[in-house]
Design a protein around this ligand. Sequence first.
Ligand code: 5GP
Length: 206
Amino acid sequence: MDYPGNLFVVSAPSGTGKSSLVKALLELDSRLVVSISHTTRGPRGQEQEGREYLFIDEPKFRQMIERGDFFEWAEVHGNLYGTSRHAIEERIKGGEDVVLEIDWQGALQIKKIFPNAVLIFILPPSYDELLQRLHRRGEDSPDVIEVRMKNAREEVAQAQFFDYVVVNALFETALFDLKAIVHAQRLKYAAQRRNKSLVFRALNLV
Ligand code: 5GP
């Protein structure tokens, strides 16, 4: 499947700064849209229905799995999360660049369906720093932090299956790296042929 839009998939262990980086990237690049996932977990803090997630209960989620509504879904930290077909298919067919912020299991499922998807893994600079960030964030109890740190070691081991790796030691540097990946993807031959069709035609390129 070769669609005119690009699909960027960003994964990282919790506390790495993935959401802040993706948010900053979207603010800088109006051609990127983020896909809103479905989840069975309840809203946290200021989260709003349809903005961070589409919040649904487990029976409804299971129904959607059975209907084949999801491109991918996974259980993460005891809750179910999924990317619906509706969230991305029409958009990339229409030439939009879509960002998915999902866990590594979902990312690898997406790569099977869309081999052209660009998989980006964000790493923390060290486990010590990750631990400090989770404490600073102040969202999780010590028990939850312990579970997240244990999961982080397993998640980090998946980075080798991704196309790109960004180390979030310094926010601005990591953001620059993300922008570079998006930019490079848009310079690929197939993309340039679509976007610079007049130049290509003038140069008799197919
Ligand atoms: P949180 O509950 O902290 O928002 O998200 C927990 C984890 O689930 C994060 O790693 C997040 O990226 C991941 N996640 C969010 N949406 C999806 C999704 O649609 N599919 C998958 N596989 N993971 C998701």
